[in-house]
Design a protein around this ligand. Sequence first.
Ligand code: FE2
Ligand code: FE2
Length: 282
Amino acid sequence: MMPNLLTKTARSVIEIIPDQQLQDALTQAFEESAESVSKCENFFELLPSQRWCDKFLATFFGTWKATHLKMLAIYGLSCRLQRLALAADVPAREELLLSSAYNAETSHEDLGLDYEGVTHTQLYEDLASSFLGNYPWQLEEYCLPQAREFKNWIYRNMVVGDITTGLVTNMFSEIYNHAEYTTALASFSQYIDAHCDFSPEKKEKALIYIHAHVADETEVNHFLVVVKALDAYNKATNKQIDYQQAKALFKSYLTRLGLVMEELTVAMQQEINEAKNLLCVS
Ligand SMILES: [Fe+2]
Ligand SMILES: [Fe+2]
């Protein structure tokens, strides 16, 4: 796997952003959160190194899911914008409706709008069950507390926090996810080749969830559409982007996510150590 793939992928998207100040805020956030970012990169680097037991894989799938699949939060944020629109007069009303619609666009693929109603939740289940069969990875106990906390933080940011915080959170998750899914695709592909006896069809099916987010630049387009949502909201409310506030939020996102990936890496390390101890005993 290419070293620092996550950072490099994020950088390649940041470079195409027309707003220079937003570019700087993102670049600085990634740089200043280098330690957290490397926790994510280290996890995906270690993943293909050996075959993992079902318990660890269940912990991974239960945990990783909580850091993605934020349809409900996206819907909540769009509802809030629509509610503001209904209470506003023209022309603010139209800008708020536009903002809501742009924000909602980030959930179209998740909902399966152009995919016969096949949701990303379904694709995620296909991914997990390719490795785990019927193993109950959905049980609460397989979701690490750090991930539950992350999920709650995202939800509160988008549904309870001020609208700007909600939009900036959604915006950042798209750019981060693009980079992370690119890394995860390389990592899982390597893992399958090295440790799983999958037919090419089974491998393809297993990876559709991850692939769907990387193909056609889905997440990059989501990122750009949230930028439009934020512009429309700012137009409606006569606000401007507070780049310092945005940067602080980006960093917080990376710090929180780094904690999740670090904990997953600890679980892998534990499995490695347990295997070593077993060898010593026998
Ligand atoms: Fe998705
Ligand atoms: Fe997305």
